[in-house]
Design a protein around this ligand. Structure first.
Ligand code: SF4
Length: 647
């Protein structure tokens, strides 16, 4: 075997075996690495599904780093980015004795903006005492920071209201005209990325770059030979957000604030300027009020039925924005800050006018996100595959899409269509090395009512309680709705468990508490269905209330389903079921995280057994032993809770 082949490197006699603690050779990992090596050499596209525990991170990093080609790795979250940059890539480079210039690049809101910090300090009268103290802390930290990553300043909380005032957006960055441009942290991070061999980004940043090329700095990401998307199953939803357009009250209010700050600094002395900003703030707030008290996502068409004078009110807002941009045009001679505000006002007034004048064109769905104090009008494409095919159509680049959950019952076509990939993409699957048949039991209780019946939530609690008791905690209960979660949490509070409910504190703290304390039961909704890793016997059982179908009343889902129906396509089988299968596979994947883990996956939805599509869900799950017998399950869990290893 060649000493530079991935098979040797990741194999029993290779450097990983010799130099990496607790390293075990895995046949699937070696095969996957070889397939990726081939993909990079041939500039192909590979869809690589690799089950939990395959070791996919090393499987793509080893061939990518060995190739010496310029590589972009995009992953799902900032947390995973940090892990790759600080832990995995250095480990692979060190083990292989390689050198490479590696950069970590985050979205611009993660970096301190020196220009906005100076504006905030100049108009600090508007800040309360907490914000003033935080601004001072930021100001003291700035000269000591080499990369300006605001996550490094832990003494200011992540959700502090000072951060939006000292970080930039594409709207308020003044780019090349900025007097801090040479020292700008965003600029420096991007320059470093351009000059690197390997750049680690997240999917949000990748698609933001694709959607917004012109943000004052030119291209955000370098041209590369290889792109690797980890957690690739998240791409369709993330891309969908960036491919659309939107107009928000937040943008307008930010513009008003920035104008006041710029006026303080640049002093156009046009008396109407601040007055018009105040009036615009008020018209925007009035528009929000007219949308009703409830926070919701609602289609434009439904809103028009409810509030017939909505376009008229939007026209009033557009007119006020136009008036504001006219005043700003006069003021813009005073300086770069006011000039940028003028450009933003012009863009916003045109966007708002277009929304007031036109209806959506059928290729997009227009909908409104109504929050407590703000609103955002979105136009989201119904079919993102067409748009994405432009991004992924470069034949001079190797592309690897990997995740534990890309296929539906072994079929990749759903994912492939969603992201507009050509048919020539190579598809490979590597099973998890875990012995699910002996490590896990799938329990689908008998006699549960249909989820739409009123009796479902009570029956759910009655079925789940004996399981929690037998298992003595060590259970995740994953819900499809926050309403059911809350009802369940209230009932469970009467029992002697360490009940941890999503939203009580941060995800990290909930998980730490779950592992540290006995009799823990964690109740979570969607954010706990993936990206949560609790290996060992702290987690013995995962319970799922229902098959995770998305609400057909969500405006985007509803529009997509209607469009498919109109084309004669079956939206339920070809859209709703595949998406729910991927989510279920992610949720189920929380249970077995190592070769020694054992546990029970309980799914309380009778449709799994009684419907034809239930088979698609079952066939997409790892092959576990199945039972409907509660006694067998409680005995299994009781032994597990006592530290035994039940068969
Ligand atoms: S260039 Fe943009 S991000 Fe950088 S300091 Fe200036 S305004 Fe802020």
């Amino acid at each position: 075997m060649e000493s530079d082949s991935v098979a040797y490197i990741l194999g029993e006699d290779g450097p990983f075996s010799k130099r990496v603690d607790n390293y075990t050779t895995r046949a699937a990992q070696v095969e996957m690495a070889a397939a990726i090596e081939e993909t990079i050499a041939q500039k192909q596209t590979l869809l690589a599904e690799s089950g939990t525990g395959t070791g996919k991170t090393f499987a793509y990093l080893v061939p990518a780093l060995l190739s010496g080609k310029k590589t972009l790795v995009s992953t799902g979250t900032k947390h995973l980015q940090e892990q790759l940059y600080h832990r995995d890539i250095p480990k692979v480079l060190e083990t292989l004795g390689l050198n490479a210039k590696v950069s970590l690049l985050k979205g611009r809101s993660n970096y301190l903006c020196l220009h906005r910090m100076s504006l905030a300090r100049g108009s600090s009268r508007r800040l309360d005492s907490v914000q003033l103290a935080e601004l001072e802390a930021v100001n003291n930290w700035a000269p000591k920071s080499s990369r300006g990553d605001i996550g490094d300043l832990t003494e200011v909380p992540e959700d502090s209201r000072i951060w939006p005032q000292v970080t930039s957006t594409i709207d308020n960055c003044i780019g090349q005209d900025c007097s801090f441009f040479e020292d700008c942290f965003v600029n420096k991070a991007r320059k470093a990325a351009m000059a690197s061999d390997v750049v680690v980004v997240n999917h949000h940043l990748f698609f933001a770059d694709k959607a917004l090329k012109n943000d004052g700095f030119g291209a955000l990401l370098p041209d590369v030979d290889t792109v690797i998307f980890d957690e690739a199953h998240q791409i369709p939803d993330i891309a969908s957000n960036f491919l659309g357009t939107s107009f928000s009250s937040w943008q307008v209010m930010e513009l008003c604030n920035d104008t006041r700050a710029a006026e303080l600094k640049e002093k156009s002395l046009i008396s109407k300027l601040v007055l018009t900003a105040d009036e615009l703030d008020k018209v925007t707030a009035d528009y929000r009020l007219s949308l009703g008290l409830n926070e919701r996502r609602v289609s434009w068409v439904d809103l028009l039925d409810e509030i017939p004078n909505l376009p008229k009110k939007l026209t009033m807002l557009a007119n006020k924005l136009t008036e504001f941009s006219d005043v700003l045009e006069q003021a813009s001679v005073a300086g770069e800050g006011l000039t940028r505000c003028y450009e933003r006002a012009l863009e916003l007034s045109q966007a708002c006018q277009r929304l007031a004048d036109e209806t959506d064109d059928g290729d997009v769905v227009r909908w409104v996100e109504v929050a407590r104090r703000t609103f955002r009008v979105h136009e989201t494409p119904l079919n993102i595959g067409g748009e994405l095919s432009h991004y992924f159509g470069n034949k001079l680049q190797a592309r690897i899409f990997t995740s534990a959950t890309l296929s539906i019952d072994g079929d990749f076509s759903h994912f492939q269509q969603l992201i507009g990939l050509q048919d020539d993409a190579v598809q490979r699957t590597w099973e998890s090395p875990f012995d699910y048949f002996n490590q896990a039991v799938l329990y689908v209780p008998e006699g549960m009512p249909q989820p739409k019946e009123d009796s479902f939530t009570d029956a759910l609690f009655e079925e789940v309680l004996p399981i929690l008791q037998a298992s003595n905690g060590g259970v995740f209960v994953l819900f499809t709705s926050f309403r059911i979660l809350q009802g369940f949490a209230e009932k469970l509070a009467e029992f002697d468990f360490n009940v941890l409910t999503q939203g009580d504190t941060s995800k990290r703290e909930l998980l730490a508490d779950f592992v540290a304390k006995p009799r823990s039961v964690l109740l979570g909704t969607m954010s706990f269905w993936e990206g949560v890793d609790v290996p060992g016997d702290a987690l013995r059982c995962v319970i799922i209330d229902k098959l995770p179908f998305e609400s057909p009343f969500d405006p985007v889902i509803k529009a997509r389903l209607n469009a498919m129906q109109a084309e004669g396509n079956n939206p339920f089988m070809n859209y709703q079921v595949p998406r729910a299968v991927i989510t279920l596979r992610q949720g189920a994947g929380r249970l077995i995280r190592s070769v020694t883990d054992k546990g029970v996956l309980m799914i309380c939805d009778p449709r799994l057994r009684t419907t034809r599509y239930g088979r698609t869900f079952l066939n997409s799950l790892p092959r576990m032993r199945r039972t409907h017998d509660r006694t067998k399950v409680t005995q299994f869990l009781a032994r597990l809770a006592q530290g035994e290893s039940p068969q």
